[in-house]
Design a binder for this molecule. Sequence first.
Ligand SMILES: O=P(O)(O)O[C@H]1O[C@H](CO)[C@@H](O)[C@H]1O
Ligand SMILES: Nc1nc2[nH]cnc2c(=O)[nH]1
Length: 289
Amino acid sequence: MYPDSHSSSGATANWLLSRIDTPPVVGIVCGSGLGGLADTLKDPVAFHYQDIPNFPQSTVQGHAGRLVFGTLKGKPCVCMQGRFHLYEGYPIQKITLPMRIFKLMGVETVILTNAAGGLNQDYKVGDIMIVKDHINMPGFAGNNPLVGPNDERFGTRFPCMLDAYDRKLQQLAQDLGAELGFSDFIREGVYCVLGGPSFETIAECRMLHRLGADAVGMSTAHEAIVARHCGMRVFALSLITNQAVMDYHSEERPSHEEVLETGRQRAEQLERLVSTMVGRMEINNNINV
Ligand SMILES: O=P(O)(O)O[C@H]1O[C@H](CO)[C@@H](O)[C@H]1O
Ligand SMILES: Nc1nc2[nH]cnc2c(=O)[nH]1
């Protein structure tokens, strides 16, 4: 029932490592409409997901489906230009397999980006939220990516998630955001993942807001759990692409088109924030500030 993740991710990691010159130390996942980040890598070597053994395929508009290796500010990186979501029908272990492949290739730090709906009433469309914590709704119903036999080679059966999102990297993002002049649109908050693909009802948005979520989406938390389980450092950013609707009189209608359009408008600043952060990280898990 549960595929041997170590052998499939190991085979894929070896397949990739034999085709690149330098193993990556930073792994980046591009959210909906944020794939431009991958195009900023220097000396890129790209693989289409369909050509990579054991890799799922991207099925969502705005997720190109390429794994791109290259350097960002001199650091060897790998960038997923397109991620996998529960609603695409993949088992949750398959969605998160790339995190284990990252680990086995030598990645120390994972940077996750996503598009999300803003629940916090102070947020505006175009804000960039530093994720300080998450609420894993599918996990409440038993849909956690670590369900199944635990492979101790990756991590412990019961991993702690109190420090899922690295605090030093959150501070670094705040500091660099200020340096770059982005303070007006940088926030920090709690990301809530749902299964999707339907967007939330008004009652659901109201409930999530009351529960303490600042933004809602359909990704990221699963990747963060698997990355933390195997000891990688995690940092995540949500681009607030639309306001979650909480008022029965509102005429607003969330759509994937709006999500992609906000991504286009804010992509440049988000890319600058991420690349500046990568430039300031030490590759041995120390931050160069
Ligand atoms: O989380 P990312 O991949 O950025 O995508 C977000 O945008 C899509 C909805 O427009 C959903 O897939 C949601 O999860
Ligand atoms: N669930 C969810 N995902 C999103 N991704 C981008 N916007 C949204 C949203 O409003 N809700």
